[in-house]
Ligand binder design. Structure first.
Ligand SMILES: [Zn+2]
Length: 445
C-alpha cells in the first residue's frame, strides 16, 4: 500500500482499551456516535514514522495533519487493532487431517489420530514437521499474528527432532513472529532423573515447562515436582487442564493450590478448564478465587472445545464446551482466547486466524453483550502472559504492528471473514496472501 517511511493513517477506529486515557479523554465530548459509544471505539488518526507510531490524534483534529507533502492512507472509519498473539497452538500437529482424520470426532478419536500419525506411522520426520509447522506460521503471519506459543508433543523418540525444527523455525521467523514452545507430556514424565534431563532440555531451548494434568492420585506429587524443577530453572509453566465435562475433574484447582504452596513466582497459564462450567457454582467460585490468588492466566480454546466436547455418536451436543470466561474475567483473572489445533484430529478446521477465534469465541460465549475489552483476549493479554512487553499495544513510541479492517463496528467485524484486512508490520503493509494447500500435498497425500 505504501513504501513511505513517514505517513498518516487517518479515519480509523481503535478499541478504547488500547488507547492511553490521556489521549482519549479530550475526545469524549465528540464521541456521540451510537456505534462508537456502544463498541467503545476511539475515532482517530495515526502518524507513522520509520515503523513507529509517533502521534495519535482524535478524529476532530484532522485539520492539524499536514497533508500536502505526506502520504495519507484513509482508513474510512475501519477498526484498527494491534497485531494478534496466539497463546495456545499445536503447530506440530497441524494440517494432517487428510492423512490422519478423526472419523468419530471424539476426544479419544483425536488422541488415536495423533498417536497413529506421530508414533505408529512415524510421520513426524524433520521435513514433515518443518514444512507443516512453517505452513502454520505462514497462515498466522498473513492473518496478522505477531507472536505464537506452541505446545510440542514430546514422546521420547520424537522430541529431539521436534525441538530442532522448532529452534530453526524460531530463528528463521524471528523478524516476523516471536515463537515460544511448551512441552506437552503427561505430568509423570518429569519424575526421576529422566524428568530432570527433560526439564534441562526445555530450559536449553528457552521453553516453558508444561503437560496435561489428569485427576490421578499422584497429581499433587507430580505438581510439586514440576514446580520445583521450574523454579530451579526459572521457567514459566503452562498446563492443559480439565478438557472434559466431568465435574470431579478439578486439576485447575490443584494447580492453583500447588502454585501457592510452592510460592511460585513465574507465570502460569492454564488452558481449556472446560469442567469448571459443569461444576456447582460454589465449587467453581472457590477455584476461580484460587486462580486469581495464584495469578494464573487462563486460555480458552473455544473452537476446539465446541468441536470435541459433548460429542457422542448420533446425538446432538447440548453443551458448547467453553469454560466460565465471564466469571473468571469478573474475578480479575487474565482471560484469553487462542486457536489450539488446526486441521488435525483434535480440530478438523481452522486457519490460524485469531479474528476467527475472536469471532467464534464471542458467539459461543456471548462476549457481545457488551463487547467490553474482550478484543484484548487475542492481542494484549496473551502478549503479556508471554512476557512480551512490546507486543499487542497501540501507543506513541510503539512499533506500528497493526491490523486495519474495512469493518467499522464489531457487528461488521464479526459478520465477515475480513479476508481483505490490511496488516502493517513495522509500518509497512505486508502481503497477506495465504499459502496454497497444495504446498503440503506430497506430505499429506
Ligand atoms: Zn492444546
Amino acid at each position: 500500500m505504501t513504501e513511505a517511511s513517514h505517513f498518516w493513517i487517518i479515519n480509523v477506529r481503535i478499541p478504547n482499551c488500547f488507547i492511553d486515557s490521556s489521549i482519549r479523554s479530550p475526545n469524549l465530548e465528540i464521541n456521540r456516535s451510537p456505534t462508537l459509544e456502544r463498541d467503545r471505539l476511539f475515532a482517530c488518526h495515526l502518524e507513522i514514522r520509520d515503523g513507529q507510531i509517533t502521534e495519535i490524534l482524535p478524529s476532530s483534529k484532522l485539520s492539524q495533519i499536514p497533508t500536502e507533502s505526506l502520504s495519507i492512507i484513509d482508513g474510512k472509519q475501519g477498526i484498527m487493532i494491534p497485531c494478534f498473539t496466539d497463546l495456545h497452538t499445536h503447530l506440530d500437529k497441524g494440517h494432517i487431517w487428510e492423512r490422519s482424520p478423526n472419523l468419530d470426532g471424539t476426544f479419544q478419536g483425536a488422541l488415536n489420530g495423533i498417536y497413529a500419525d506421530c508414533t505408529e506411522q512415524e510421520n513426524w520426520k524433520y521435513e514433515d514437521l518443518y514444512r507443516r509447522m512453517e505452513f502454520g506460521l505462514k497462515c498466522s503471519y498473513a492473518h496478522g499474528t505477531r507472536a505464537i506459543r506452541t505446545h510440542l508433543d514430546c514422546p521420547p523418540q520424537q522430541f529431539d527432532t521436534t525441538f530442532k525444527v522448532f529452534t530453526e523455525l524460531r530463528e528463521k521467523w524471528q523478524e516476523k513472529i516471536t515463537m515460544q514452545a511448551v512441552s506437552l507430556v503427561q505430568l509423570s514424565y518429569f519424575e526421576g532423573v529422566e524428568g530432570e534431563k527433560f526439564a534441562d532440555a526445555i530450559a536449553d531451548i528457552g521453553g516453558t515447562m508444561g503437560g496435561v494434568a489428569y485427576m490421578v492420585p499422584e497429581l499433587d506429587q507430580h505438581l510439586d515436582r514440576i514446580f520445583t524443577l521450574a523454579t530451579e530453572r526459572n521457567l514459566n509453566l503452562e498446563f492443559h487442564t480439565d478438557e472434559n465435562d466431568d465435574p470431579e475433574s478439578r486439576t485447575l484447582h490443584h494447580i492453583a493450590e500447588a502454585a501457592l504452596r510452592n510460592n511460585f513466582s513465574s507465570q502460569i497459564v492454564c488452558g481449556h478448564c472446560c469442567s469448571l462450567a459443569v461444576q456447582d457454582e460454589e465449587v467453581a467460585n472457590q477455584t476461580i478465587a484460587l486462580v486469581k490468588k495464584a495469578n494464573i492466566g487462563i486460555v480458552s480454546l473455544p473452537m476446539c472445545n465446541l468441536y470435541l466436547q459433548d460429542r457422542v455418536a448420533d446425538r446432538t451436543p447440548r453443551w458448547r464446551g467453553v469454560t466460565l470466561l465471564r466469571e473468571l474475567d469478573a474475578a480479575g483473572v487474565s482471560v484469553t482466547l487462542a486457536s489450539d489445533n488446526c486441521r488435525d484430529s483434535f480440530y478438523g478446521f481452522g486457519d490460524h486466524d485469531l479474528l476467527e477465534v475472536f469471532s467464534m469465541g464471542t458467539k459461543i460465549s456471548h462476549l457481545d453483550t457488551p463487547y467490553d475489552n474482550w478484543i484484548e483476549s487475542v492481542t494484549s493479554r496473551p502478549a503479556a502472559l508471554m512476557g512480551l512487553s512490546d507486543v499487542g499495544k497501540i501507543g506513541i513510541g510503539e512499533t506500528a504492528d497493526l491490523v486495519l479492517f474495512k469493518a467499522r463496528s464489531y457487528s461488521e467485524l464479526l459478520s465477515r471473514s475480513q479476508s481483505d484486512r490490511t496488516v502493517f508490520r513495522n509500518g509497512m503493509a505486508i502481503d497477506t496472501t495465504l499459502p496454497d494447500y497444495a504446498e503440503l500435498d506430497d506430505l499429506i497425500g
